[in-house]
Design a protein around this ligand. Structure first.
Ligand code: FIX
Ligand code: ZN
Length: 416
């Protein structure tokens, strides 16, 4: 059946987007059997670090005092300041409303205690099932940090995540600040030196080998600073070259590079205190060129890096661009980035990940993104119809499945 009109096209794209199961390739969510690591509910939603940064702009209390309050008190304060004293217009604020509405709450009464009480009646697993159904998500990739003692305990006890939750081995300290990883590596029984000499190479290789075996990750990942350079003479670059890249190649998994987060620009804000910086992506080009057998999932945090990253992906098929990360996850920028990516890469990229830290956020992160993707796709398909190209619903279904699911699984070389 061919699509005959623009209204029919719009309706078809919206329907297809609404029904396509999503693989969310980067989150900070955890399998429900990982205990308190999985965050969910009203208080977690409201104390999201994006909202903490926003509330501090109106507040005269210190971040230190704010963080000393119990979580429920922090949430009440954020609700009062950002939602009742002012209209909640920012993307993260609007996201809370979309989420509460999606969960079926009546927003007219603005009664936070009612929402809070209703959500605490479910168990974690019930809530997971509910949110994944509402958001049309069937696979979630976690961020799994072996340097985190809570997480480590789960894996070391032989824990296995729920089948819809997949591991990603996160190794930031090794490639960002090797000196900080050293005491932990030693405490875990890996015999490493303070620098990246032969003993360290051997120890870090064993560490990565052991954690890959334990977690069976879909990829290995690190957040890298705007100053990231490769090749370089630093211990971090040596660890990347001699341990991380070989481990990825041996395990047949991509290395995900999230580039451009400037950590703790305002240390007092804690998890809300990170910033952004422009990165020199010639290091990514070097990696893609010199390591053609390694696959790189790449996202950059600075808006100014986006065009360059797309051009780079056009040159190297072992580079997969993904997501509109963090400070880019706002409609005005998502629209621009997604259009630019479609115009320059067609459908061969991964347009979004949620970065959700709280389960319930999946509802708004994906609803907001799909509204934008729908506009972009309708405009692009309209141009095809106007050029006399015949378009079938099944072709739109194929394209949307590629964007929201299959491009990722094909890239990691696995099927679900
Ligand atoms: O490094 C990361 O994976 C970042 O996404 C997070 O650390 C960041 O705090 C965040 O939540 C961004 O959305
Ligand atoms: Zn993240």
């Amino acid at each position: 059946m061919f699509i005959r009109s623009i209204p029919e096209l719009r309706e078809t794209v919206q329907e297809v987007l609404a029904h396509q199961p999503i693989t969310d390739i980067h989150t900070h969510l955890y399998s429900p059997n990982m205990g308190n690591l999985l965050l969910w509910g009203v208080d977690e939603l409201l104390t999201y670090h994006y909202l903490v940064a926003e509330v501090m702009r109106w507040s005269d209390i210190s971040p230190h005092e704010f963080y000393s309050w119990p979580k429920q008190h922090q949430a009440d304060y954020i609700w009062q300041v950002l939602f009742l004293n002012h209209s909640p217009l920012s993307e993260a604020q609007r996201g809370v409303l979309t989420t509460l509405q999606g969960l079926g709450f009546d927003l007219e009464d603005r009664d936070l205690n009612k929402y809070r009480a209703a959500l605490t009646q479910s168990t974690a697993i019930e809530h997971v099932e509910r949110v994944l159904r509402l958001a049309h998500i069937d696979h979630i990739v976690m961020t799994n940090d072996p340097f985190d003692s809570l997480e480590r305990a789960f894996w070391q006890a032989g824990g296995k995540p729920n089948p819809r939750f997949h591991a990603a081995l996160r190794i930031d300290p090794l490639v960002r600040a090797y000196g900080q990883a050293v005491p932990q590596l030693r405490a875990l029984g890996y015999d490493v030196d303070d620098d990246a000499g032969e003993r360290s190479i051997e120890g870090v290789r064993r560490f990565l080998h052991d954690w890959i075996a334990r977690m069976n990750p879909l990829y290995m990942a690190a957040s890298l600073p705007p100053t990231f350079r490769f090749p370089d003479y630093t211990p971090e670059a040596t660890i990347l070259r001699r341990c991380v890249l070989p481990a990825c190649r041996e395990a047949g998994i991509p290395f995900a590079m999230m580039i451009g987060a400037e950590r703790l620009v305002n240390p007092a804000l804690g998890p809300a205190g990170d910033g952004v910086g422009w990165a020199d992506l010639s290091s990514v080009a070097y990696l893609a060129r010199e390591y053609p057998d390694t696959k790189f999932l790449v996202t950059a945090l600075s808006r100014e890096n986006q065009h360059e990253l797309i051009v780079l992906a056009r040159k190297f098929r072992n580079v997969m661009v993904f997501g509109c990360w963090w400070f880019l996850n706002n409609p005005v920028i998502i629209d621009e980035m997604t259009r630019m990516r479609v115009e320059m890469l067609g459908l061969s990229f991964i347009p979004q990940h949620s970065d959700a830290r709280v389960l319930d956020q999946l509802i708004y992160k994906w609803a907001h993104f799909k509204a934008i993707l729908s506009d972009v796709l309708v405009d692009q398909y309209t141009a095809l119809l106007q050029a006399g190209w015949r378009l079938e619903r099944a072709e739109i279904e194929r394209d949307v499945a590629d964007l929201l699911c299959n491009n990722f699984w094909r890239f990691v070389g696995k099927s679900v």
